[in-house]
Design a protein around this ligand. Structure first.
Ligand code: PFF
Length: 475
């Protein structure tokens, strides 16, 4: 074990860094889009339920495993399992998943960077046009931003965990949150916002379908950065004087609050700007929703701060969301990066370069998946639908593998690493853990109900996505 590993400077530093990693495109784009397309309040309800009942215990297990082993996911799995081949697969999954997630994440981060530049150069009115987004993502300027972003990420990664991630996260999260609240308050005062508020907050239970359940779980895992080894890696940087249980709860609270407000901003905005929207039309919502409505919201700020003021506000907001995405991106890449360093004994610089080389072709393939290349746009077909290369990456690594990784981590922690060790790690740095409700809950459910639900959702997602058949609809 390597006790010399860098440590987060303080509890606050850890929570902010982990929350900085967790808060990103998932909260600000993915959550509102999923909420819009999956029945609004019904989705919110299932999502909140999953965060508390399933995700928090999984998060604690990941962090404990990381702190106990002081390793990256691959190292953590192999050190606890004495290099057993079967468990190493779990480690590999927890390594390849973040890598592939980083690939599609990069595409969206590029768009955010471009929208920031668009606002800076006074393009807000054009960006609010619904046709702008699809024209932009198929233009050559995307590649320019891609190069800039790739260099930037390389530089941040090269500067080390403490300096890079912690500093960025601390500085920007609170400001982003305040701006989000201000924007939300503004939108809620606009005419017709109430229709959106109702759609978002008053659940229609009949909307809870197998699809909504799959979406909510995938979104919750993604948003909290679970099942990707990231929290194993973060756990390895947490001091033994800190309580994992309270750190995890804080991270989940911050992450869910940001997602909640992003939903409260975007969903009412849909009804403000398109009062004739019928909720059933929303079932086909995609990321373009957020990229179109945000500029519309900013543009309407003109009425009381002028075009210049609105552009400054928009630019600042996009910059902060861009930084939130950047910290997430950096932390996702931290997982394969630590593995290169710890397992292959590469230097930091060598690891950064090798990783970049592996990722770049895949990122380009995703970037041209929206029409630029016919081959990658109509890449394949399954579950009765044509899929682009980008869709395949999302379907496999976001919707399908995350619940599977969650299942593997529960089974691994409880049956292989064993509950006593998990308990011991959770109690380290936390005098209140022994006998607490959290401990009892984890002891009963982490090895039973939680993995069972995750497995069921995994199987159902595979059947629905790839074979067009739903298991849960049998019940
Ligand atoms: N949780 C981040 C988001 O919601 O945008 C995405 C993410 C960050 C996933 C870090 C994985 C990760 F390691």
């Amino acid at each position: 074990m390597n006790d010399q590993r860098e440590k987060f400077g303080s509890r606050l530093g850890f929570v902010l860094a982990a929350a900085g990693s967790a808060v990103g495109i998932g909260n600000l784009v993915g959550f509102p889009v999923n909420a819009a397309k999956s029945g609004g309040a019904a989705f919110l309800l299932v999502y909140a339920f999953f965060v508390v009942v399933i995700c928090l215990p999984v998060m604690m297990a990941e962090m404990s495993l990381g702190r106990h082993t002081q390793r990256n996911p691959l190292g953590a799995y192999s050190s606890v399992s004495n290099n057993s081949f079967v468990w190493k697969i779990g480690g590999w999954l927890a390594l390849i998943t973040p890598f592939m997630i980083a690939v599609f994440y990069q595409v969206l981060t590029v768009w955010l960077l471009a929208y920031f530049m668009g606002a800076v150069s006074g393009n807000l009115a054009a960006m609010a046009d619904p046709a702008y987004f699809s024209t932009f993502i198929n233009s050559n300027s995307v590649f320019l931003y891609l190069v800039v972003l790739t260099i930037l990420i390389g530089l941040v990664l090269n500067s080390g965990v403490k300096n890079g991630i912690e500093r960025l996260a601390k500085a920007l999260m609170p400001t982003l949150f305040v701006m989000l609240l201000l924007l939300t308050a503004f939108v809620l005062t606009l005419p017709n916002a109430l229709v959106g508020i109702k759609y978002y907050l008053i659940p229609d239970m009949s909307k809870i379908s197998p699809d909504v359940i799959n979406n909510a779980l995938g979104q919750a895992f993604f948003s909290l950065s679970l099942g990707m080894g990231i929290l194993i890696t973060y756990g390895s940087y947490v001091s033994r004087k800190e309580s994992i249980a309270s750190g995890a709860k804080m991270v989940a609270l911050v992450d869910t609050s940001v997602a909640f407000f992003a939903g409260l901003l975007i969903l009412p905005a849909i009804f403000v700007f398109n009062p004739d929207t019928n909720t059933s039309e929303l079932s086909t919502s995609s990321v373009s929703l957020v990229f179109t409505f945000l500029p519309k919201i900013f543009l309407s700020l003109q009425s009381f701060m002028g075009f210049f003021g609105a552009s400054v506000f928009a630019a600042t907001f996009f910059l902060l969301v861009f930084f939130a995405a950047l910290t997430s991106q950096v932390s996702i890449l931290q997982v394969p990066l630590s593995a290169f360093q710890d397992e292959l004994k590469f230097s930091r610089m060598q690891s950064v370069l090798s990783l970049g080389a592996c990722a770049i072709l895949l990122v380009v393939a995703c970037t041209v998946s929206f029409g630029m290349s016919e081959y990658f746009t109509s890449f394949t077909e399954y579950g009765g639908a044509s899929k682009s290369f980008f869709d395949v990456v999302i379907d496999v690594f976001y919707d399908t593998i995350l619940p599977l990784n969650g299942f593997v981590i529960c089974v691994f922690a409880v049956y292989h690493w064993r509950k006593v060790n998990l308990n011991k790690e959770m109690a380290t740095g936390d005098n209140n853990y022994e006998g607490s409700f959290t401990q009892k809950y984890i002891n009963i459910f982490l090895g039973t109900l939680i993995p069972a639900v995750l497995l069921l959702i995994f199987i159902n997602t595979v059947l629905t996505k790839f074979f067009g058949y739903s298991l849960l609809s049998l019940f």
